[in-house]
Design a protein around this ligand. Structure first.
Ligand SMILES: Cc1ncc(COP(=O)(O)O)c(C=O)c1O
Length: 377
């Protein structure tokens, strides 16, 4: 039987092939590859979609975080609060600027920041917080914003996985000083290579970000400050402009795929399905559940042709990269438990009902087999 992949980008390409090929050809005919008309148009379109005034296209989601932190004035010695349960870029962007990530634990239901733990992380060096809307579900932004305003912190939303999600009916990207997006190919809106964008309400900050992405120069060959070469390129912008009008439809399909998973997987002993908390929409970048004996279940699913992934097996406070910060196992227990239990199932808009049925049966069997092994011990 054919393996069901985690992601099927080919199915999406086939569905938009003609308009995509034409858009790419148009860029090739024009031969203007850096900061052309597609980048400018996409910046406006994404900003509008996010409920922000300005968009600044950059080379990746990681660069979006780095440049936004820089524009927020973060530098050596500053502390930035980040959840420990996220992709590494959320924190290595902080340390790349010489600042220190301060890791927070997560809420076990939503996998986003545990807002009740934030107060005790604040020191006189704390300057910013990065809420991550993990798997496509918004963090508790009311609490994050109230906390940030009490302590005068900048808020940078890591919206890499959550484009299209809402919090109190408003796009989650519109919360905070900056929204940092990734267009990595597997994201809900994915380029055909790397790409990212920062969205903000603030005109001056947008202008600073444009300066930072081009060698610190507003005027060609005149550099004001140390900057980067980090631009979204014109081909990627053209690709993303073809995809953006389809995003709402693809998101609706993801939500319907998740609902079907919930139905098919209901009642499996020991399995915890994703929870969507009140006041939020979840765009299911990933459909991630908790399973007992996760690694054995994952191996069994692979054996029967169901690809799965673990997002993420090692929380950041336990990564060798951050060893120097002095964290130990047990420091952030909710994230550590999640890292041992989470399993992401195949998720993409074109996933069929029959595929979900097959994945559901395979998961049920794999989990039941593990429970039998456990009781026989
Ligand atoms: C939560 C999160 N933050 C940041 C990033 C970094 O984005 P990129 O891979 O485009 O640099 C990603 C995706 O890879 C992500 O999932």
């Amino acid at each position: 039987m054919q393996t069901i992949p985690m992601l099927n980008l080919e199915a999406q390409y086939v569905s938009i092939k003609q308009e995509m090929d034409e858009a790419i050809q148009a860029v090739l005919r024009k031969q203007h590859f850096i900061l052309g008309e597609n980048v400018a148009a996409l910046e406006e379109e994404i900003a509008r979609y996010c409920g922000m005034h300005h968009g600044v296209g950059v080379a990746s989601g990681t660069d979006a975080l780095i440049l936004a932190l820089k524009a927020a004035g973060i530098g050596p010695g500053d502390e930035v609060i980040v959840p420990t349960f996220t992709f590494v870029a959320t924190a290595d962007s902080v340390s790349l600027l010489g600042a220190v990530p301060v890791f927070a634990d997560i809420d076990p239901a939503s996998y986003t920041l545990d807002v009740s733990s934030l107060e005790r992380l604040v020191t006189e060096k704390t300057r910013a917080i990065i809420p991550v809307h993990l798997y496509g579900q918004p963090a508790d932004m009311d609490e994050v914003l109230a906390f940030a305003s009490r302590h005068g912190l900048a808020v940078l939303g890591d919206t890499a996985q959550a484009l299209g999600a809402t919090y109190h009916q408003r796009p989650v990207c519109s919360y905070g000083d900056f929204g940092c997006l990734s267009f990595f190919p597997s994201k809900n809106l994915g380029a055909y290579g790397d790409g990212g964008m920062i969205v903000t309400q603030d005109k001056e900050r947008a202008s600073d970000l444009k300066m930072l992405r081009s060698h610190g120069s507003r005027r060609k060959y005149h550099s004001e400050v140390q900057g980067w070469n980090s631009r979204l390129d014109e081909l990627q912008a053209a690709v993303l402009r073809v995809k953006l009008p389809h995003l709402e439809q693809w998101t609706a399909q993801r939500i319907s795929r998740a609902a079907l998973y919930n139905e098919v997987l209901r009642g499996i002993e020991g399995v915890t399905l994703p929870t969507v908390l009140p006041g939020r929409t979840h765009v299911f970048h990933q459909y991630t559940l908790r399973v007992p004996a996760r690694d054995a279940v994952q191996a069994e699913l692979a054996r029967v042709g169901v690809q799965t992934a673990v997002h993420y097996p090692v929380p950041l406070h336990l990564q060798p990269m951050f060893q120097g910060l002095g964290y130990r196992r047990g420091d952030l227990p909710v994230a550590e438990k999640a890292a041992a239990e989470v399993l992401s199932l195949p998720m993409y808009p074109e996933l069929s009902d029959a595929q979900i049925d097959r994945i559901g049966s395979a998961l049920r069997q794999a989990v039941e087999a593990q429970l039998t092994v456990a009781t026989a011990r």
